[in-house]
Design a protein around this ligand. Sequence first.
Ligand code: C2E
Ligand code: MG
Ligand code: MG
Ligand code: MG
Length: 283
Amino acid sequence: RAKEISGPSHAFFDPALAAEALDRIAIERDLLRGLADQEFFIEYQPILDIHSHRVMSLEALLRWNHPVRGMMAPDAFIPLAERTGLILPIGRWVLREACRAAASWPGEAGVAVNVSGDQFKDSGFVPFVRDVLAEAGLEARRLTIEVTESVFTVDVSVIQKSLSDLRAIGVKIALDDFGTGFSSINNLKRFPLDHLKIDKCFTDAMLKGGSDGELVSLMSRLGDAFQLSTTIEGIETHMQLEFARLMGIQNVQGFLISRPIPADQVAELLTNGFEVSPVAMSA
Ligand code: C2E
Ligand code: MG
Ligand code: MG
Ligand code: MG
């Protein structure tokens, strides 16, 4: 974007814009190199059934071990990957890697993979998921795709079609970070979904005496009304866990139960369970 002045048009060099462009190129190159040099890896965080204490699935969470900046959390680079379009190859890598891992796990636990709106809108996305499942030898029902409400802001019929195509294959859909975006009850009605994930911000606030406890109760009942299973994120205390149980929420995820764990520890966890079951402890 060159700045315009009145009169004959002159393009002025804008140092801020130039710096931004250079920065963007550097980041893009960095992300590409990271992908090629296998600097990305995935940790898995268990999602437990609140009653049976069984690990229902594990959420795949992307990390970047950057050679200079060190370990980077997704919030520090996913937005950049989205801006540069590199979320497409990175997202494909995550999906393939997570499905391969899940196919190797003992038992029936599934895997949940976060997908950005840009990936989801891509017309090649559903066929890609089908190919990845076949290639990994993973049953479709063991894969959950997590999307946020931001994907619903695009063309409704396109999103509806992708969601129902995925469900036709047998893949499950979770609505992530529920309650934080453009939450609309109508979304629960018009989009085919399987799970509702109540965002951590409600978990943090629900025992602090404001309206958040009521909101969690409401979201749990919304899940029931639309026949969606509910998961609550970010459970860090026994009090929160007990409250979630009282609210009739089915699944729990959070540091109290387990932090995200390295890929090579998942099989052991699924075989032998937790050393001390945090959920059973408070029951
Ligand atoms: P999310 O999908 O809502 O994932 C849950 C986040 O909460 C994870 O952060 C997890 O480590 C964190 N968390 C879980 N339990 C607790 C808890 O008890 N306390 C606290 N303080 N945090 C907890 P993480 O791994 O940093 O990921 C952040 C976000 O980055 C994710 O939010 C997701 O939106 C995005 N993300 C992660 N991996 C991917 C990916 O492969 N692709 C895309 N597109 N986005 C991803
Ligand atoms: Mg998620
Ligand atoms: Mg979430
Ligand atoms: Mg969240």
